[in-house]
Design a protein. Structure first.
Length: 271
């Protein structure tokens, strides 16, 4: 049995109560996850950690947009196609208007979530970009005892598209391969007999990462290899139903759910 762990965005911005975009419950999620890693250690063959990595100037940050009075939108503002077409919101850089309009139209066309403005978070080089300390300590201990390296994968540094899921941006940009399907990362997961998935937030980045993985990996039965840790992820406040719908849909596809305390038993039953 080859056991791999995929941890989505376990960063201070999301997982610390003082983080810019703290997900309620994420601090305790990551403590439970750290305890699980310390407990399992040698049973985990590989660990993959995604890192949300943004610039301040980003299409989902307030600085990118303004209203007719020059005011930036408040965090959690939803910007629709109609809002952009009717100048409720326009780009702070006028030359980007047509590109932004095409973007919100593309979001609507491909069925992704509408554009949501977030507090600036996971800024490259900031404290918020780092892995929350307790989990980081567990990852370092795993590296030390297993003589292995955690596979860190960044996403989100293109300012013209949201990048919730690690495998592709919400609207891939033709001139930026980092926003297109990450075939190399997909292929690296194909040999896992069991993939354990956790992280933040279950309503957004975990959701899109796992959905894109199952939709794009070259294995029609891959969902049956996945275990989603329901006590090691939480939803963004106000988006609780998104997470529940996601879990329900994944279970229908064959994904198993578990809590961190039960994972050893589940893995032993899979051997």
């Amino acid at each position: 049995m080859r056991i791999e762990l995929l941890i989505i965005d376990p960063q201070i911005s999301f997982c610390d109560p003082d983080g810019e975009l703290f997900v309620p419950g994420a601090d305790e999620d990551m403590k439970r996850l750290a305890t699980m890693i310390n407990r399992l250690k040698s049973k985990i063959d590989d660990i993959h950690v995604t890192l949300d990595s943004h610039h301040l100037f980003d299409i989902s940050h307030p600085i990118y947009w303004k209203d007719s009075n020059g005011k930036n939108p408040d965090p959690f503002t939803i910007i629709s196609v109609s809002d952009v077409e009717n100048a409720v919101w326009t780009t702070t850089i006028p030359s980007l208007y047509k590109r932004a309009l095409a973007y919100v139209k593309a979001l609507e066309a491909n069925g992704r979530d509408p554009l949501c403005i977030w507090p600036p978070h996971c800024l490259i080089g900031s404290d918020g970009h780092a892995v929350v300390p307790e989990l980081f300590d567990a990852l370092i201990e795993w590296e030390r005892t297993q003589i292995a390296m955690v596979d860190y994968v960044t996403k989100g540094s293109n300012p013209f598209t949201e990048h919730y899921g690690v495998f592709m941006a919400d609207v891939p940009q033709s001139n930026d391969p980092t926003t297109q399907i990450n075939a190399k990362f997909l292929q690296s997961l194909e040999n896992a007999d069991r993939l354990i998935v956790a992280g933040e937030a279950g309503s957004h980045c975990v959701k899109f990462s796992l959905e894109d993985l199952i939709d794009n990996i070259n294995d029609n039965s891959y969902a049956e290899k996945v275990t989603l840790l329901t006590d090691a992820m939480s939803p963004v406040q106000g988006f609780e139903q998104n997470q529940q719908d996601f879990i329900d849909n994944m279970v229908k596809k064959g994904v198993k759910t578990a809590k961190t305390i039960d994972i050893r038993l589940i893995l032993s039953n899979c051997s």
